[in-house]
Ligand binder design. Structure first.
Ligand SMILES: [Zn+2]
Length: 486
């Protein structure tokens, strides 16, 4: 018998995902919905109807390492973390030293994924960081079942905004290590509080920075788990059968996981002549015996980055710069009645600004140096808003044309006359409850209840003529004359 730690890798991502789905009924729906989007995008690419989503652009994902340690041995060195980042970059860009170990017959499938990683230099508060947090904990160990490592109140560290960072927690997965669980990842579609990768501390980085003497000391656990975080499944699918699949076309159908270090051709599901691709990062081979992602896997991960994880590609976390942006304090509060006010919210990214200079066309006051000013609009019209920010040395400006729409009435109805659709839009603070369209004989031809701010009525089946639109809202009942043209 081999020793416990060397009897084969294990990863808890499937079990963890099942747990997330059991705890949160919407987790599965979110995963299925985005799966649909990804499959549509991939199908479009295959049919050549859309430009390849990421084409030849190299994309960069900012990373933060959260080291959570009880003993000093668990306090992974900076050298090991930098080594881990290097392994991720080498493996994802196919710059790994062991590409020669990929058998000749699998080399045509091997991919440079065009995905790379950088260590964050700006933290979520806009302050400078080295991309590493270190937290001493009283917890002797962590497990995927509790997921405690992601919560400060449970002895871990809270996540940094997952739209800007790939969070990688490093800890003692002691509760799991008996079953050789080296890591786990939250798949795309997970909630914002737990969306990242967890690694066992002794799997981090490659020798000499990783000096643990076992089969998982080359940093490939992170490569595997980040593959999961970007939507990849295990290469053998979910169960030990040949009827399930990892959903990737160019990975051979494989019955179950590989273990240790194979050589030569090993077949399982009529996948001759080349057999199982046990060299794939999404299998369970030893670190030294895995060395490729396929082009299909690369396309899949890039499609995730073009869809559900797209926001991370706009992150400034590694750039040392800042970017002006703003919104309204209440969502969609840009349509108001004359005489009302809007509260603005600074939504700048990157380094923290120290100065704000707002310009409000049509607003009172027309300029402000507050961070989140309140502005009144006395007259109807469409007005632009401009925000310039600065931190003393760097500055950035964002202007949004026609950002604010100030009306005399509490409702906007257009177009009038209408031919196909009639749009009814009301300020965010007014709630439309019911809309009726009445013809010249007094008959109600359209009757709709609504809770949306914008309502679109289909008038294509109505005959030409004058109609009365009766709108009941939290502001009372309003009547408008509408003509339909044929
Ligand atoms: Zn896995």
């Amino acid at each position: 018998m081999s020793s416990a730690v060397n009897r084969g890798r294990s990863c808890a991502t499937d079990a963890y995902t099942a747990l997330l789905q059991a705890e949160d009924p919407e987790q599965k729906e979110r995963q299925q919905a985005l799966q649909q989007v990804v499959q549509q995008a991939l199908a479009q690419q295959r049919r050549g109807q859309a430009q390849q989503l990421r084409a030849d652009v190299v994309v960069t994902i900012p990373v933060v390492f959260h080291v959570v340690y009880n003993s000093e041995a668990e306090n992974v060195s900076e050298a090991a973390l930098l080594s881990q980042l290097q392994v991720l970059n080498d493996d994802f860009r196919r710059l790994n030293a062991d590409t020669a170990t990929t058998p000749e017959y699998f080399r045509p499938y091997a991919a440079d994924t065009k995905i790379q990683f950088c260590l964050a230099s700006i933290d979520p508060n806009g302050d400078l960081t080295n991309g590493i947090t270190r937290t001493q904990t009283t917890n002797k160990s962590f497990s995927y079942g509790s997921d405690n490592v992601k919560y400060a109140e449970k002895g871990g560290v809270d996540i940094w905004d997952r739209d800007q960072y790939l969070n990688i927690w490093i800890c003692n997965l002691g509760g799991d290590i008996q079953s050789n669980i080296l890591g786990y990842a939250a798949p795309p579609g997970s909630r914002a509080v737990n969306d990242g990768v967890v690694l066992h501390y002794s799997s981090v980085g490659a020798p000499p920075a990783n000096n643990f003497k076992w089969n998982y000391n080359m940093g490939r656990t992170a490569t595997h788990e980040v593959g999961h975080w970007l939507g990849l499944g295990h290469i053998w699918g979910n169960g030990s059968s040949c009827t399930d699949s990892d959903g990737i076309d160019d990975t051979p159908n494989q019955r179950y996981e590989s273990a240790g270090c194979h050589s030569g051709i090993k077949t399982s599901c009529n996948d001759s002549p080349f057999g199982d691709m046990y060299q794939n990062y999404m299998d369970y081979s030893d670190d030294a015996c895995m060395n490729l992602f396929t082009k299909g896997q690369a396309d899949y991960m890039n499609t995730i980055l073009a869809t559900s994880r797209a926001s991370i590609l706009n992150s400034l976390a590694c750039t040392g710069s800042l970017r002006s942006d703003f919104e309204t304090a209440s969502p969609n509060d840009t349509l108001i009645i004359a005489g009302n006010s809007i509260i603005y919210a600074d939504a700048s990214a990157g380094l923290r600004p120290t100065e704000w200079y707002w310009e409000f066309e049509g607003g009172v006051p027309s300029v402000s140096t507050e961070r989140n000013p309140t502005i009144m609009y006395p007259r109807p019209g469409k007005y632009s808003v401009k925000l310039s920010i600065s931190n003393g040395s760097l500055s950035s400006t964002e202007e949004k044309e026609d950002f604010v729409h100030v009306t005399v009435s509490d409702l906007v109805v257009y177009p009038n006359p209408a031919t196909d659709f009639l749009t009814i839009e009301q300020p965010a603070r007014i709630k439309v409850l019911r809309v009726e369209l009445v013809n010249k004989f007094g008959q109600v031809v359209i009757d709709e209840e609504t809770r949306d701010r914008v309502l679109r009525l289909d008038v294509r089946d109505l005959s030409q003529g004058l109609y009365i639109l009766r709108i009941k809202s939290s502001n009372g009942t309003e009547v408008k004359r509408i003509s339909v043209l044929r």
